[in-house]
Design a protein around this ligand. Structure first.
Ligand code: SAH
Ligand code: SF4
Ligand code: F3S
Length: 463
């Protein structure tokens, strides 16, 4: 096995290479999901095929997230379990398991990982994983390789194989990486580096390759995706990709309110393939807190952006991110967040308790909020957001929506797909409709999904 890794790989050899099992566990955001797929692409020519059982894997990769303390701590507990698995296997005379830590924790505290968990063979940051084959070969000679410190996103994308093996009809596609915004609570500018945009040609080529393999929907990813700096910005990129045959749906995430320009807002009203869903985090509704967060927008300017987007695309579903209990947040500030939520009326949201992250400016601020206060605020915020989400889902009842069927549902004969508004929709439908966009009449909406039936027109067509 070791020799196969070290040898230069040719396509003919890779076909004969012994099958090796790769297990990747992904934490964090969609970009990590994309990166995990790309790591699998990088390792495939070496004979690695995916497995969903870590105990039998030759290589285990934890693709980690540093955003909140809990996410980071999970990595260390998972590593403890992996170490046991690996030791048991060796004691049973089994083969060696290589353990790699990738992602944002690797970037932020690679050395600490190696120190805290000696079972880790290698650590690789988000901009370096194209070098995994070489790193694996080297760690098989000596432990302790660490490659996490550079931020050369362009080198990574140039080195990744052009060919992707999409796992479904909907795929992620990174177009922008990194962040220059430096919100005072956030580690991302330190783990992902400065804002950097891929050239539009490279993105288009990747999107075309995906479409040729049956992908119908792409979600363009960036830590600040609407800061995409290729020619014409994100609006031009969306229009360009909308022309690709077979690519019927385009989404993008995550946006910053500051970068929501008029061209992109106009595209929402004009480009049919651009789905009516916008994830636009605001974090808080109090201008005092927003200022301390260094968000560079106010509650009012955020509401104005939403207003403009809704003027362009009236049915658009809005989602957001919130942090409760940022240092210095008083009851009145939190009330302002609830007020903003009432004004926007969200279709869906993510809300978090503030987590103090080492090295970020907010970690050193006075007025850290007690855990019980954070809990109480989070519960109140979630109650309101859940109510809005349920109302939004219920309001779809009776409507006919286009649904992209993605996989089998919970019950036999059932498929589950996505509405234009990113809702999961359960429908009794034949398997041959997987990967198709089909009109569905919604019968009911629940907290997390819709239930519907195939609209009559489809039954006539397929009869
Ligand atoms: N680039 C995106 C997403 C950043 S991370 C953006 O600007 O919106 C995703 C979400 O995690 C953030 O929107 C924020 O709500 C939350 N988050 C980031 N740092 C956090 C922290 N220290 N504590 C709690 N939540 C945090
Ligand atoms: Fe973090 Fe703010 Fe950048 Fe988003 S915009 S990644 S929250 S620093
Ligand atoms: Fe987490 Fe890194 Fe994404 S910290 S949220 S995996 S950019």
């Amino acid at each position: 096995m070791r020799r196969a890794v070290c040898n230069p790989i040719t396509p003919a050899m890779s076909e004969q290479a012994p099958a090796k099992r790769l297990y990747i566990k992904t934490y964090g955001c969609q970009m990590n999901v994309y990166d995990s797929e790309r790591m699998a692409d990088v390792l495939a020519p070496l004979g690695y095929g995916m497995t969903d059982d870590p105990a039998g894997a030759d290589l285990v990769v934890l693709n980690t997230c540093h955003i909140r303390e809990k996410a980071t701590e999970k990595v260390y507990s998972e590593l403890g379990k992996l170490r046991e698995m690996r030791d048991e296997r060796l004691a049973d005379g089994g083969s060696r398991m290589t353990i790699a830590v990738a992602g944002c924790v690797a970037q932020a505290e690679g050395e600490e990982i190696m120190r805290r968990q000696p079972a880790v063979d290698l650590v690789v940051g988000p901009q370096s994983y194209h070098q995994l084959p070489e790193l694996i070969a080297r760690t098989h000679r000596a432990r302790g390789e660490r490659l996490a410190a550079d931020f050369a996103a362009d080198e990574k994308f140039d080195a990744l194989p052009a060919d992707r093996r999409p796992t479904g009809v909907s795929a992620f596609l990174t177009v922008q990486e990194g962040c220059d915004k430096f919100c005072t609570f956030c580690v991302v500018p330190y783990t992902r580096g400065a804002e950097w945009s891929r050239p539009a040609e490279a993105i288009e080529a990747e999107a075309r390759a995906l479409a040729s393999k049956g992908v119908r929907e792409v979600t363009l990813l960036g830590q600040n995706v609407n800061a995409y700096a290729g020619e014409g910005g994100l609006a031009a990129l969306v229009r360009r990709l909308a022309r690709i045959e077979g690519l019927d749906r385009i989404r993008y995430t995550t946006s910053h309110p500051r970068d929501m320009d008029d061209a992109l807002i106009a595209a929402h009203g004009e480009v049919e393939a651009l789905m009516p869903y916008l994830h636009l985090p605001v974090q808080a509704g109090s201008d005092k807190v927003l200022k301390a967060m260094n968000r560079a927008h106010t509650a009012e300017s955020y509401l104005r952006v939403i207003e403009k987007v809704r003027a362009s695309r009236p049915d658009i579903a809005i989602s957001g991110d919130f942090i409760v209990g940022f240092p210095g947040e008083r009851d009145a500030d939190f009330e302002a967040t609830l007020q903003l939520v009432r004004e926007v009326d969200y279709a869906s949201c993510f809300s978090f308790k503030y987590s103090r992250r080492p090295g970020t400016p907010a970690a050193a601020l006075p007025g850290q909020v007690a855990e019980e206060v954070k809990d109480a605020r989070l519960a109140r915020l979630n109650a309101l957001l859940d109510e809005q989400r349920l109302a939004f889902n219920r309001a779809q009842a009776g409507k006919t929506l286009d649904v992209l069927f993605e996989k089998a549902g919970r019950h036999p004969g059932q498929l589950v797909g996505k509405s234009p508004y990113l809702q999961a929709v359960f429908v009794t439908a034949p398997d041959r409709m997987l990967g198709q966009i089909v009109p569905v009449t919604v019968e009911s909406g629940a907290q997390n999904s819709l239930a519907g039936v195939l609209a009559p027109v489809v039954e006539m067509e397929s009869a």
